[in-house]
Design a protein around this ligand. Structure first.
Ligand code: MV4
Length: 503
């Protein structure tokens, strides 16, 4: 069934909302932005054809409110909702509500989200298949003494993971049986707080693995393809910082084998849309399924650059019921792409988030450079949302040249007003372990110390400028407070819907 989508409500903010709006424009699809009180002047709001104020400052009262989002969609006559990533993107109940309201949810069906959202259900589903799982339980464990016996059977070290989790939340490594009980309780508590679900399960802890994930696309006619892998081993606090495609350790044979496993995972849950299958790869090139993310991911651009596809376009076409326009054998990766995430975090100070006004955001350009950002000069990075400022992606014909291009791009990049991970990205691009391709998920703890940051001239100047600007703006803010009351925002009607007049 082909159902043309004419208007999409983008239930997100920042760079991913901007990213989705861009593709919609190219496809001639109208867009509706939504925004919280503090995002009134944000880029995604300016770029959309219409914008609806959700009210509220915190996520819970804005981008996480399914009622407000559905009301906004109804009011603007949108026929589909794109959830982006984060927020409600992997919330099966939200997907269900969207469908029940007669709207298209741009993503998989609620059943697929639910199946993969529960990590034990996913493991159970795949336990009889050819997809290799990390050794461990396929059910959650509740009795501590029984769980301890199971852990001993698996062999320490083990990981206690949250059944409702993913992304490392609630996870505890246990090396010594004596620490098991405490770790399990901690994991259960963290899971209860984060997901409202205290169930945990046990896996063998694989040491020094690489995190390799496969992008898949599945249409509503049962066709599934994979778009090769992304290497995502460079992370801290389970937050990726540098990703690349392809991985420098996969042989064509291993790529094919893992790709096949990834498509099998997608088939097992009757997947539809764009999704990602995460694997761990050990030193002996054995791979294990970890989890499936049922959304578009932050790092999707590296896949776009090596395949030439627009993943948001594919998502929309699939949601319209169109068959995939290509088969696996049509897909050939070309060249190499690297993504550096630019966060408002201080690499000199344990990557603590830095909030404040981004006075100046000067982005690099030229051959093979892509910058995805939702930031405009003068925008505030607040405590309410993710502190990611942008994603800098470079492409070139091979890895060595993509790295050289990234170094050049990082030199051109400057942000003032907040500390950023830019100097850290420079550190990675110049590190022998990264350059040789011989690194794993422990890269940062193994190799990084703040005193190894070599601030380039431009980074130093930018850092000094940041300090100076902060002083000036601190002073201005004090006098600003007096003017605020008389300032109006004429571009918004009190009704909350803002129609942009074009031409
Ligand atoms: C693991 C693992 C080792 N063994 N599972 C992290 C995020 C989530 N997707 C699963 N993760 C991991 N699961 C087994 N059985 C290693 C990771 C992992 C990791 C663990 C500790 C510190 C940093 C890490 C970075 C990436 C992956």
């Amino acid at each position: 069934m082909i159902r043309k989508i004419k208007k999409i409500l983008v239930a997100n903010r920042g760079e991913i909302a901007v990213r989705i709006i861009r593709t919609c424009k190219e496809l001639g699809i109208e867009t509706v932005a939504v925004f919280s009180e503090t995002d009134r002047t944000a880029l995604h709001v300016r770029m959309a054809d219409e914008a609806v104020a959700l009210g509220g400052i915190k996520s819970a009262e804005s981008y996480l409110s399914s009622e407000k989002l559905l009301a906004a969609a109804k009011r603007t006559n949108a026929d589909a909702i794109h959830p982006g990533y984060g927020f409600l993107s992997e919330n099966a109940t939200f997907a269900e509500k969207v469908q029940n309201a007669g709207l298209v949810f741009i993503g998989p069906d609620p059943e697929s989200i639910r199946l993969m959202g529960d990590k034990t259900t996913a493991r159970k589903l795949l336990s009889g298949s050819r997809v290799p799982l990390a050794p461990g339980t396929t059910d959650s464990v509740s009795d501590v003494n029984e769980a301890k016996k199971i852990a001993a059977g698996i062999g320490f070290p083990v990981l206690v993971k949250a059944s409702a989790g993913g992304g490392g939340k609630g996870m505890r490594i246990v090396h010594d049986p004596a620490d098991f009980e405490q770790a399990m309780t901690a994991s259960q508590n963290e899971a209860q707080n984060a997901f409202g679900d205290s169930r945990v399960y046990i896996e063998k802890y694989l040491e020094g693995p690489r995190h390799i994930e496969f992008q898949i696309l599945a249409d509503s006619h049962g066709e599934v393809v994979h778009l090769f892998e992304r290497e995502c081993s460079i992370q801290r606090r389970h937050q990726k910082v540098v990703e690349e495609a392809p991985s420098s350790v996969l042989t064509p044979a291993l790529r094919e084998e893992m790709g096949l496993a990834a498509t099998e995972v997608a088939r097992s849950c009757k997947y539809k849309g764009a999704g990602t299958v995460e694997f761990l790869l050990d030193r002996h090139n054995r791979f294990y399924f970890l989890e499936m993310n049922t959304r578009l991911q932050v790092e999707h651009p590296v896949t776009e650059l090596i395949t030439g596809l627009d993943l948001v376009r594919e998502q929309i076409r699939i949601a319209e019921g169109e068959p995939l326009g290509f088969s696996q054998s049509d897909l050939k990766p070309y060249g190499h792409a690297i993504e550096c995430r630019v966060y408002a975090e201080d690499p000199m100070n344990q990557f603590l988030p830095d909030t404040g006004k981004v006075h100046l955001h000067r982005i690099p350009s030229g051959p093979g450079i892509r910058v995805d950002s939702g930031i405009v000069d003068g925008m505030e990075v607040s405590v309410h949302f993710d502190p990611m400022i942008s994603k800098l992606i470079t492409w070139d014909v091979n890895r060595e040249r993509a790295i050289a291009r990234m170094r050049r791009a990082l030199e051109e990049y400057s942000v003032s007003g907040v500390q950023t991970t830019l100097p850290f990205c420079q550190f990675v691009m110049n590190h022998p372990a990264f350059i040789s391709g011989k690194f794993d998920t422990h890269f940062i703890s193994d190799f990084f110390r703040p005193d190894l940051l070599m601030l380039s001239d431009s980074a130093l100047i930018s850092s000094l400028a940041t300090g100076a600007l902060n002083a000036v703006h601190w002073y201005e803010r004090e006098s600003d407070a007096l003017k605020v009351q008389s300032r109006s925002t004429p571009e918004f009607s009190s009704a909350g819907v803002w129609k942009i007049r074009r031409k």
